[in-house]
Design a protein around this ligand. Sequence first.
Ligand SMILES: [Zn+2]
Length: 240
Amino acid sequence: MNWVSLLPNERAAELVVPLATAFAGTVDAVAPRSSKWGDFRPAHDGKPARIRVNRDLPPDAFLLTLLHELAHAHVDAAWLARRAAFSGGLSPLKQLTSVLRGRPARPAKPAPHGSEWQAAYRAVVTPFLTEGVFQPGVARVLEKSLRKPKASCGADPALLQVLRPKTTERPHVRDLPEGSAFRLVSGRSFVKGPRRRTRIACTEVGSGRTFAVHPLAEVVWTDAPLPAPTPAAPEIHLHP
Ligand SMILES: [Zn+2]
C-alpha cells in the first residue's frame, strides 16, 4: 500500500486499511490528473477492479476521495452478486416468463451516484466523522453535505472549496496590480483601474466601457506576474 502515508493520521489508516483490504481489487496513489481526483474501474477482461487516487491531494481530500471510490466498489460488488444470484436462480424459460410479466430481466445496474451509492458513501464516511479523523472545518461541511437529500456527491461546491488544494485557487481582482489585463469566469476581459469605495473600476477590453468589479471576483487569466492560474478543482470523480 503505497498510499498509507498520504492519509491525515494514524486513526484514518486504522479505519480505512481494512476496507481497502476487503476490496477485491487494487488501490493505488497515482500521478496527479487534472480532470479528476480519483477513479474506480470495475473488473473487466480478467483484470481486477481498480481504484486510483491522485497522490498530490491534501490528506483530507485524499481520504475522502478514497472513500468515495470505495463506495463505488461496494455498489459494484453488490450489483455483481445480485446479478449472479439472478442468472443462477432462474432457468431460461423462467427468465422469459419474468420478462413477459413485465419484470426486468436482470437487476438494473445502479446509477453512478444514485441512491445506492449515496447510501454506501454515507455508511463508509460516517465512522471517520464519528472518530474525528477529518479537520474540524472539513468535518463540518462534510456532515452538512451528508445530511442533504441528494447528499454527498463529489460535486458539492462547499465541500470542494474546503478540500481544494491552495495551489488551485484562482487569484482575485484585488490581488492584481493596477493596469493589468484580466479575464473573469464570465469570459469578459478588463483592464484593472482604480479602487472605488467597495468596487474596482475596470475598463472592458473591446467596448472600452467602465464597470464596477467586485474585488473578490475570480480571475481565470491575467497578464500580471502571478502564479499561473490553474483550472478550478474538478469533481472528485468523473465518470466516462
Ligand atoms: Zn464517483
